[in-house]
Each structure stands twice: as structure tokens, then as C-alpha cells.
Design a protein around this ligand. Sequence first.
Ligand code: TXA
Ligand code: MG
Length: 321
Amino acid sequence: MAAILPYSDVNIDLAAAELRKGSVVAFATETVYGLGADTFNPEAIAKIYELKRRPTGNPLIAHVVDLASAKRVSTGWTRRSMNLISACWPGPLTIILPRRPEVPAIAAGGYDTIAVRSPRHLLARSLLYACGGAISAPSANRSGGVSPTTAKHVARDYADQTDLMILDGGPCTLGIESTVIDLSESKPVVRRLGAVTIERLSELLGPIEVDMPVEQSSSPGSSMRHYAPTLPATIVNHESLAQDLAVAGRAAVLCFEGSIFPEQHFRLKMPQDSEGYAAAIYDSLRRADESGCDRIVIERPPHQHGLWSAIHDRLRRATTA
Ligand code: TXA
Ligand code: MG
């Protein structure tokens, strides 16, 4: 079992020392938990790929505490990127920019660009201050699985890793990954929907293109089946819920208040508001997966705007066979 450590100065110093030694440490951010290593240490980065069983061509996000650290890993800090971070950092926005040659290629999956984010969570920020550099970290799930939003989720995914240190910062308040925007070329392109909405980005940058490749290409991590539970999962409209659940067997159902279907099923009530829904989604998918049911049924949220579009994106990926 991996070790869960509460958030304290002593444990931050311990974890920073581990990172400096070239170890991998899991830590809380406001979006999801990350599996971190020193961006400038290629052997340490290789351990992340191995632990997570992530294909090596899928690049990582470098987490930084501020603009000065961001400039140590990336170039291309024009007025556009500066304006964007003054509005959205620290926070759930990841920016893709040209990679500095000093950054090992493996930290960016071999790409000439690098994704950079300054997290808002105090635990992540303390860790970044303590280690004094940049921490490359993907979400701390095993590749393709459901992202972790508590320290316990991480511990369960890495139950076989007795040496892994997990810094517990409580449940993630946003609960859905950062928005990824590519500023490495002349036109800004959104590569992953996330906690910063398209509406907000359009206010800041003007009309904005969204290009989320279905298979490996410009954002290799966005292959369609992702964030997926082990049980088969489907998404069903409110009107069809009762009919879908009238058959034999037992389903774990992520549904809204007042949905009507037979009692035999396991009901996981989801919040009606997008912030609440996003914060609950991965924990609910994990609980559904561990419920002993035969399958998972998700009641389709009726709204499309704002954060709901990122939620629909994750639900689509979680229900892709
Ligand atoms: O909220 C988050 O972003 C969390 C926390 C831990 O910060 N991290 C996270 O990392 O979600 P990960 O590795 O699970 O997802 C990063 C995404 C992947 O889809 C990856 O392919 C894309 O960002 N990405 C990273 N670097 C890229 C690059 N240079 N070019 C294109 N896409 C990139
Ligand atoms: Mg991920």
C-alpha cells in the first residue's frame, strides 16, 4: 500500500526531497491528483510512464509556481500568452508553448512543445516552492482509467507500490482536468475541454477553435476511450431511463434527483449544478465501478453550456467501448 501523508510543512519537505532524489510523488491539485517527477530529470520522468503504464509518446504537463519558472521550460511568452495567464493562473488552464531545449524531450513525449500549468491548490504550490523547479505530472490514474480526486483513489490505483508517497490535500474542489490550449502556433486551439470554459477563453482571446483529435496526433492523450471505468457504461436520456433499467440485472446509476426506475439498482445521486457535478463525477464513476453491479448507466445531463461541455466530453470518453 502506498503511503498517504497529510498536508504539513514536514511532509512537503519530505516529498520535495524525494523529488530531488529522482523519485515519483503523488500530490493534490485543484483539478485531479497528479503523479509528479522533476521535469529536468529524464530518469525520474521515465518512472512516471512506467508506473502509470502510459505510452511514451503521450506528453506530460509541467507544473510551475509562476511565470519565471514557466519561462525556464518554455518560450513564446508573447502578449497573448501573458494576458491569458494573468486572467487564469494560478488555476486549471494548461498552455502549450515551444519547449526549451534544456527540458529533456521525454518530459514532453518527444514533442518540440511543452504543456505548462500553474496549479492553484496550496499543497501543489507549497511543493513547487519547496522543490524550486518544475514538476511534470499526469493525472495519477493508471493509463486510460478514471482520474483520481482523493488520496485514497490514488492509493487504490497503486496498491502494489509500497514506496509511493501520496500528499493528501483533501478531495479536489474542481474534480475535472485542466483545459488545454495550444498557443504554439499562430491560431490558438483548444486541445482538451476542461475546468476553464470555452466561453471564458473566447472572452479573453476572441473566437476560438476546438480541435480534440480522436486518436493519437496533436494531443496524443485524447484517444477516445479514456477516463473509463472497468464495467461497461452507457449514457441514457432521462426519458429512456426507466425503460433501460426495466431489464434483469443490477446497474449502478449516476442520476439526478427524482429519476424513477426499479429499486434493485444502485442509485448514485449527482448534483444538478455543473460545478457540483464535475467535482463528483470521478468519485461516482469509481464507486459505481466498485459497487458489484453488472454495468453502469449514466443519466445524460440536460445542459450543454459552460462546464457542462467538458462534463459531456468526459462522459463520452467514459462510455466509449
Ligand atoms: O488538470 C490537469 O491537467 C491534471 C493535473 C494533475 O494537473 N493533469 C493532467 O495530465 O490531466 P494528463 O497527462 O493526464 O493530461 C494532459 C493532456 C494529455 O491529453 C496530453 O496529451 C496533453 O495534455 N498534452 C500535454 N503536452 C502536450 C503537448 N506538448 N502537445 C499536445 N498535447 C499535450
Ligand atoms: Mg489523464
